[in-house]
Design a binder for this molecule. Structure first.
Ligand code: FES
Ligand SMILES: [Fe+2]
Length: 373
């Protein structure tokens, strides 16, 4: 798992007055809103005796630890230690890691890492979000599979034909073939567009002027952004667009939360939202059923133990990006953590660690950048 990326922590709607404990990339975090409603994210382990901060409560701008009542503000600084009495000097080490937090697209995003602002890989953008003529829905899932397996599935042009009968013909056409991929490379990911022969649109409600009633080649594109976000653009007709944005949060190596925003430029009345969400869940569950059975459970670091073919090229590119991010020192050494987790409480280093010294929690161990063995 990788630090130094933005991850979705929760929907904005779900983050109310009480702190919420969440686990992302194997580390426990707490998110809460201060008195102004601003969302904050802290490492969940109290720097005093290691209590779970999420078990405490919000007092004004601070989160109060449930064990001895220390109060931490949104920057992770301890503002009050009740046992020392009023106006006591707060020790320098009395701070916990605080992670940059942004609310966008109805989600609370947290930046888990220590990169300064200008060096952070950006949150995957949704240009259509709340633009005139577009309507979006938000839904989420939590499933027991590895996030890399899920990203690799998302950018796999050869699975749709077989996993999603609504997107293909289950191999029934003799001349089926993954056509040429029009690759799109960005600084933070690899994507492609191609033409896909798809069955007619099923829904009667879609049989408006612009809807397809026959099988047709449709334009579809998909790609990853960073380690765990995927965009998919489907154009069922030249004027009907479905643009999907999947923000994944690895809970740990074996469990993933997936937040899906689906933007559409047709049937934009709110009354159609539920049907789109049901349809998206139906398709996502088809992927889930395959992904939960893959072996090995984790995505292999290279293609030596698999059989790679031309249509797997995007997956190969994704793995190259991962190696690059590992070389930058962003990959957490999960085995080192697992071997010591009873003796050591770890935290993902926050940006403040580059400025302040003296932290109670040990920074997560990092892979040395030898990539892939
Ligand atoms: S463990 Fe948090 S205040 Fe003591
Ligand atoms: Fe799929």
């Amino acid at each position: 798992m990788f630090m130094n990326f933005w991850y979705p922590a929760e929907t904005s709607a779900a983050l109310g007055g009480d702190p919420i404990k969440i686990r992302i990339i194997g580390q426990d975090l707490v998110i809460f809103r201060d008195a102004d409603g601003t969302a904050h994210c802290l490492a969940n382990t109290c720097c005093h005796r290691g209590a779970s901060l999420a078990g405490g409560r919000v007092l004004g701008d601070c989160l109060q630890c449930p064990y001895h009542g220390w109060q931490f503000d949104g920057d992770g600084m301890c503002r009050r230690i009740p046992s020392l009495g009023p106006n006591a000097k707060i020790p320098n080490r009395a701070r916990v890691d605080a992670y940059p937090t942004q609310e966008r697209y109805g989600l609370v995003f947290v930046f888990l890492g220590d990169l300064p602002e200008e060096e952070r890989p950006p949150i995957m953008e949704i240009e259509e979000y709340e633009q005139p003529g577009w309507r979006s829905t938000l839904q989420w899932f939590e499933w027991p599979f590895n996030y890399k397996r899920s990203v690799e599935n998302g950018i796999d042009p050869a699975h749709n034909e077989f996993v999603h009968p609504t997107h293909g013909f289950s191999g029934a056409n003799e001349d089926y073939k993954v056509g040429p991929l029009d690759m799109r490379e960005t600084e933070w990911g690899t994507g492609f567009f191609n033409k896909v022969l798809a069955p007619p649109l099923a829904e009667k409600r879609m049989q408006q002027e612009s809807a397809r009633t026959e099988a047709a080649y449709i334009d579809a594109g998909t790609g990853h952004h960073g380690v765990a976000s995927i965009w998919t653009h489907i154009h069922p007709t030249p004027v009907m667009f479905i643009h999907q944005y999947l923000y994944e949060a690895p809970v740990d190596e074996h469990n993933t939360r997936l937040f899906l925003i689906n933007a559409r430029n047709f049937l934009t009345e709110p009354e159609h939202d539920e049907r789109f969400k049901q349809r998206n869940a139906y398709v996502a569950e088809q992927d889930r059923d395959v992904l939960t059975e893959l072996l090995p459970t984790l995505s292999p670091p290279n293609n030596i133990t698999e059989t790679f073919v031309a249509s797997d090229h995007p997956i190969g590119r994704y793995r190259e990006h991962l190696k690059d991010w590992e070389k930058r020192g962003w990959r957490i050494d999960r085995q080192a953590i697992a071997a010591t987790r009873h003796e050591t409480a770890y935290a993902i280093p926050s940006p403040a660690r580059r400025v302040h010294k003296g932290w109670a929690l040990t920074p997560v161990p990092i892979m040395t950048g030898t990539a892939s063995s």
